[in-house]
Design a protein around this ligand. Structure first.
Ligand SMILES: CC(C)(COP(=O)(O)OP(=O)(O)OC[C@H]1O[C@@H](n2cnc3c(N)ncnc32)[C@H](O)[C@@H]1OP(=O)(O)O)[C@@H](O)C(=O)NCCC(=O)NCCS
Length: 190
């Protein structure tokens, strides 16, 4: 690491690349839902599904950033379709947008009833992960190379969500402190 790079968290393995494609980091994970992951009705606990989604998003972000990553935010988790014991879930995670140190990962969950040969798109959500350097501080990630029309469209949508997150829409909510320019004011009585 050169003197000018000290403290920036950059290193050659990550930052000497012009960028990485969406395919480079795209990740698929599958898991059979077991009884211990479900309630009495045989429906998978939401937390079980979220855990595998978070893991897949983390692997995709790690493959892109080549440094430690943490989940900063999750948007859009809605369980419209129950996932049952015995279903095979396949989780597809791929980057849609990168900022400076943050990455948006789209995570889709497909549930398959193997016996009935029926697949259901159970849900899609967006995970924002932040790359960290050795000091645990946010560090720059390589650019994301988007080439297909679909990837370009997803990039534009991700960019809009990124900009919206930083806009005044969330300025009144302390929970979105990081999306604001000014520091959070501690709430009283907590
Ligand atoms: C995420 C974290 C590293 C951000 O640290 P920070 O010093 O507040 O970071 P910054 O304000 O400099 O923001 C860094 C980037 O993260 C993004 N970001 C941080 N928090 C975010 C949030 N809640 N939603 C969306 N984006 C967020 C910022 O927009 C910025 O993106 P950019 O660099 O691409 O422009 C820090 O809040 C943290 O460590 N959180 C705990 C993470 C964790 O432990 N997760 C596991 C679940 S418990």
């Amino acid at each position: 690491m050169s003197a000018s790079e000290k403290g920036t968290g950059r290193n050659s393995s990550r930052m000497d690349v012009e960028g990485r494609t969406v395919q480079h980091s795209a990740t698929t994970m599958s898991q059979l839902i077991m009884p211990h992951q479900a309630n009495r009705l045989g429906n998978a606990h939401g937390g079980e599904i979220m855990k595998i989604m978070d893991t897949a998003a983390g692997v995709a972000a790690l493959r892109h950033a080549h440094t430690a990553v943490v989940t900063a935010r999750v948007d859009g988790i809605n369980f419209y379709h129950p996932i049952k014991v015995g279903d095979l879930i396949t989780v597809n995670a791929f980057l849609t947008f990168v900022g400076h140190t943050s990455m948006e990962v789209q995570v889709e969950v497909i549930a398959e009833d193997i016996i009935a040969e029926k697949t259901t798109h159970a849900l899609t959500a967006y995970f924002i992960l932040v790359a960290l350097n050795e000091q645990g501080k946010p560090t720059k990630v390589p650019p994301l190379i988007v080439s297909s029309e679909k990837e370009k469209e997803l990039w534009e949508r991700g960019k809009r969500r990124y900009e919206m997150c930083r806009s005044e829409l969330m300025a009144g909510d302390d929970n979105y402190r990081v999306c604001r320019e000014e520091p959070a004011v501690p709430r009283h009585g907590r």
